[in-house]
Design a protein around this ligand. Structure first.
Ligand code: S3P
Length: 414
């Protein structure tokens, strides 16, 4: 068996959340096509509707009638989605809204101090349960801040930048390593006064109402990564990932695959709302182990589960360090990866901030504990392709969080 042909992907999850939120800020009707079909983006859509924004289907697109937020009458249910709560908390703080954010069990255990701290510094009146959900925000007059973040997180950066849209003075946010920059790129394309120099982004209040936009969202490179991984591991594969986001802050996995020996060819560049769209061809070659350090982590933060599986098939050692953030995702992804890969027969050692994998090792199918984490489930389904025997996942529904079409596409391509 080899993987050949072309795959198109549903809209990028990060860009989908932002498209809905930014359309909600614009005065009038925006049209968004190829919105992510995942449950996380549905959570953002439903929360915005609860805040008085009209969002509805028209043919295969979404229409968002934005311009005015109201106080939601019920708690905003963010489901499993960290991006929904962290970005919306910032956005609504800047729009003088009172709201309470809640989420599912996983989200309720994820850290919110990272956004609460800077938002409080801006003057936001808010309360939480030990810096976790539920998080209550109260309409407050916000100040500009100059904030140096210890964590490279696009969610934290976006929360602060979006809150700053409602503050009187400019705000600057400095991050330790560049994280995904969709917020900055899209806001700039919409006419917001925002400027990035290296790791520092400065933003000022919007002085005129933003104009609505039409946007066809590029495919999700984090969903494409699972198929890129499969094609990298299966002999004689030659697969094209079509129309995916070509934003460099998202393409770390492709640089890593190249470094491991895979042929990676990028082509067909387009540009829409400042965001690039590209095709990527992946051709399998012999894989070698590599070192991955903290400077590379933000650009592969969601792809490390599949990268670990690829590394188990590479000759020599792969060492991933500086990735402690993985412990605060939908599951503790360092332990989810290590536990399951070990069960499959890989030579893998857990580090506090990463892992060491020695390969290649023939893997065997086993019972996989997904911890209801969508990316763990998809990565270990892909691992089945190169294993002796099938993996049995304890949950497959969690895949709907980001990529409901995953199993259908996998069946078509294998
Ligand atoms: C996201 C940022 C990342 C990523 C998440 C989506 C975003 O989280 O893991 O899936 O859309 O801003 P962090 O910024 O917390 O690393």
């Amino acid at each position: 068996m080899n993987l050949t042909g072309e795959i198109f992907f549903p809209g990028d999850k990060s860009i989908s959340h932002r498209s809905l939120m930014f359309a909600a800020l614009c005065n009038g009707k925006s049209k968004i096509s190829n919105l992510s079909t995942g449950k996380d983006v549905q959570s953002t859509k439903n929360c915005l509707i609860d805040c008085g924004i009209k969002i509805y289907n028209e043919k295969s697109s979404y229409i968002v009638e934005g311009g005015k937020f109201i106080n939601p009458k019920k708690e905003l249910d963010c489901g499993n989605s960290g991006t929904t709560v962290r970005l919306l908390a910032g956005l609504l703080s800047g729009q003088n809204i009172n709201a309470t954010f809640v989420g599912d069990e996983s989200l309720s255990n994820r850290p919110m101090k990272r956004i609460i701290e800077p938002l409080k510094l801006m003057g936001l009146n808010c309360s939480s349960k030990n810096f976790t959900l539920p998080l209550k925000i109260k309409s407050s007059k916000l100040n500009g801040i100059n904030y140096k973040s210890q964590i490279a997180s696009a969610q934290v950066k976006s929360a602060v930048l979006l809150a700053a849209l409602g503050s009187n003075k400019p705000t600057s946010f400095i991050e330790p390593v560049l994280s995904r920059n969709h917020t900055e790129i899209m806001l700039k394309a919409l006419g917001v006064p925002i400027n990035t120099e290296k790791l520092k982004t400065t933003i000022s209040k919007i002085t005129k109402q933003l104009k609505p936009f039409n946007f066809n969202i590029p495919g999700d490179p984090s969903s494409a990564a699972f198929f890129a991984g499969a094609a990298s591991m299966v002999k004689n594969s030659n697969l094209v990932l079509k129309n995916i986001s070509g934003n460099d802050t998202r393409l770390g996995i492709f640089s890593i695959l190249k470094q491991m020996g895979v042929t990676v060819l990028k082509s067909n560049k387009k540009n829409i709302l400042g965001e690039k769209i590209i095709d990527i061809r992946i051709k399998n070659k012999r894989l070698n182990g590599i070192k991955i350090n903290e400077n590379q982590i933000p650009s592969i933060i969601d792809e490390i589960p599949i990268i670990a599986i690829i590394a188990s098939q590479a000759k020599g050692q792969t060492k991933i360090t500086g990735a402690k953030e993985l412990r605060y995702k939908e599951s503790d992804r360092i332990s989810s990866i290590v536990l399951n890969l070990k069960k499959m027969g890989a030579d893998i050692t857990e580090l506090e901030d990463g892992m060491i994998i020695n390969g290649p090792k023939k893997l065997k199918g086993t019972f996989i504990k997904t911890y209801h984490d969508h990316r763990i489930a998809m990565a270990f389904k892909i691992a089945s392709i190169i294993a002796d025997g099938e993996n049995q996942l304890d949950s497959i529904d969690c895949v709907d969080i980001s990529y409901p079409e995953f199993f259908e596409t996998l069946t078509k391509i294998t």
